[in-house]
Write a protein that binds this ligand. Structure first.
Ligand code: HEC
Length: 334
């Protein structure tokens, strides 16, 4: 048998054996210094060099180039972890291809050698290869076109209302609250008077900061797992939820909501959401089951204090929302 052919078979066979047989062994749950995917890759490269040298196969430069190129492809596609985005993958592969091309074209001699088999296939000296390649090519192109234009059936998009219209009243711990008029009993900080104070440090000096501190304690005992210790919605459990926990720093959440709205949301959580908000189920727990009313108002106070946002109010003169109250609320606004 032709030596080039043996070398080719050893390459393809070796790649399959490494990929399906040996690679999984080198991917334990917790990789060690020796049992990891990169060592496996190095072993595969070593295997190729060793069999070709010991069997004195001397593969021609075109086969060498093919093997080197495939090893690069294999590395970026399957070995490198975490996987790179496809744009980066294309960039790396382009660099790798340029490198391979430089290798084959280092001088006129190697380049001629590289071209030789290709030319032979095209002009018909390798009859069988030419037959196979020219028969396969139209099929491959046809298959590629077929898969590209075959319609894909995707799930219909389900829209979720993030801030649904709240109910008129909500009952928490046996008491009914009218959301239009309910206020945070602990709010006295309308003018940013306490923005430079620190909860926990200034708690004894200012009654307001005492309430913020207690709200902070409630937050770090209950909420930061999801909403994050910087209130940015990136808590340690946040990544498993869809919808993800609200990011209170974002101007689109508490900054545009009224405290009574938050009171309703915190008390009733995901289960208390109306239908239009529930194509997926929100993981937000109904906190009335674990916190008393005061704790709920205080944790809301803390969220506003920490982020520096002001709750939306309906009664200031500048507020255009205030005008709605006089003229009637436009449909869809809350
Ligand atoms: C199990 C994870 C989890 C915990 C713990 C949690 N939340 Fe949530 N929270 C969510 C998710 C998910 C959302 C977004 C979906 C939604 O609006 O219900 C959310 C939404 C909210 C919203 C609505 C924000 C908006 O823009 O409408 C508020 C307010 C809120 N959480 C406050 C709290 C408070 C206060 C606590 C602690 C007492 C808390 N959350 C604890 C998961 C959690």
């Amino acid at each position: 048998m032709n030596k080039t052919f043996i070398s080719f078979i050893l390459f393809v066979g070796g790649l399959l054996v490494f990929h399906y047989g040996i690679f999984p062994i080198f991917m334990p749950k917790e990789p060690t210094l020796f049992l990891n995917r990169y060592v496996c890759f190095l072993l595969m490269a070593a295997y190729l060099i060793i069999v070709n040298l010991t069997l004195r196969l001397k593969p021609p430069i075109s086969l060498n180039a093919l093997m080197v190129w495939c090893l690069g492809f294999y590395f970026y596609k399957f070995v490198l972890f975490p996987p790179v985005p496809w744009t980066l993958f294309i960039t790396y592969m382009m660099l790798w291809s340029i490198g391979t091309f430089l290798y084959i074209s280092q001088d006129a001699e190697t380049f001629r050698e590289f071209r030789k088999p290709i030319v032979k296939v095209i002009v018909g000296e390798y009859k069988l290869a030419r037959l196979v390649i020219f028969a396969l090519l139209p099929f491959l192109v046809g298959f590629g076109t077929y898969t590209a234009i075959y319609p894909k059936f995707e799930e219909p998009v389900e829209l979720r209302t993030v801030h649904p219209a709240p109910p008129a009243t909500t009952k928490v711990h046996g008491k009914s609250y009218v959301l239009e008029t309910a206020r945070n009993p602990f709010r006295i900080d309308e003018q940013d008077n306490y923005q430079d104070k620190f909860p926990f440090l200034d708690a004894d000096k200012y009654p307001y900061m005492k309430n913020v501190t207690e709200g902070g304690t409630v937050f770090f005992q209950n909420c930061h797992y999801c909403h994050g210790d910087q209130l940015n919605g990136l808590g340690m459990f946040s990544h498993v939820f869809n919808p993800t926990p609200a990011n209170f720093i974002d101007p689109g959440t508490i900054a545009m909501l009224r405290e009574s709205f938050l009171f309703w949301r915190v008390s009733k959580g995901g289960p208390g959401l109306p239908n239009e908000s529930t194509p997926w189920s929100s993981a937000m727990p109904p906190w009335e089951e674990h916190l008393n009313t005061e704790e709920i108002w205080k944790v809301i106070l803390f969220e506003y204090w920490y982020t520096g946002w002001h709750p939306r109010t309906f009664d200031t003169e500048e507020s255009y929302v205030g005008q709605w109250e006089k003229e009637g609320k436009p449909a869809g606004a809350h």
